[in-house]
Design a protein around this ligand. Sequence first.
Ligand SMILES: Nc1c(NC[C@H](O)[C@H](O)[C@H](O)CO)[nH]c(=O)[nH]c1=O
Ligand SMILES: CC(=O)[C@@H](O)COP(=O)(O)O
Length: 161
Amino acid sequence: MSTAHKNLSVYKTNGLKDMSSKRIAVVTAEWNEEVTFALRDGAIETLLKNGVKEENIISATVPGSYELSYGSQVFAQRDDIDAVIAIGCVIQGETKHNDYINNAVAQGLTDVSLKYNKPVVFGVLTPNTYQQALDRAGGKHGNKGDEAGITALKMLSISDF
Ligand SMILES: Nc1c(NC[C@H](O)[C@H](O)[C@H](O)CO)[nH]c(=O)[nH]c1=O
Ligand SMILES: CC(=O)[C@@H](O)COP(=O)(O)O
């Protein structure tokens, strides 16, 4: 189902465990910051709404989405971090650069998650246009950051991570 037929900010919370002790890092790319900071804010708001304490949310930035893999690893390797949310927006340009970034960050985040055995959420938009990005950062399709936030909590609820 494409995002056009699903609001990214509508989610179910049944089955969520107590999140009051969970510590979550949110790593945000600065490229397209009007979009990524809106995604970040949506993710953090969703964490707070669902029981994560403000003092247990660690927020950091990296220059671009390509750096999200390393930026996420910096936190994933820490014993006091239970999950990482990676936030970015890679907009298609004239060349294939966006494809290389998207592929690298998708694989990189997966590698970090499996290496450190904890959720690392792919909260990266890969739109064709800036408008598509805005539509998914609090626009008509909701906020991808909300989806990333609840995804982290659902992953922490499926077993005793
Ligand atoms: N064009 C976009 C980039 N490009 C920058 C890369 O992510 C990276 O920082 C650079 O290649 C140096 O390693 N990043 C985005 O997040 N979004 C873009 O649209
Ligand atoms: C995804 C990007 O890095 C993008 O801004 C590059 O644009 P272009 O492919 O036109 O150089």
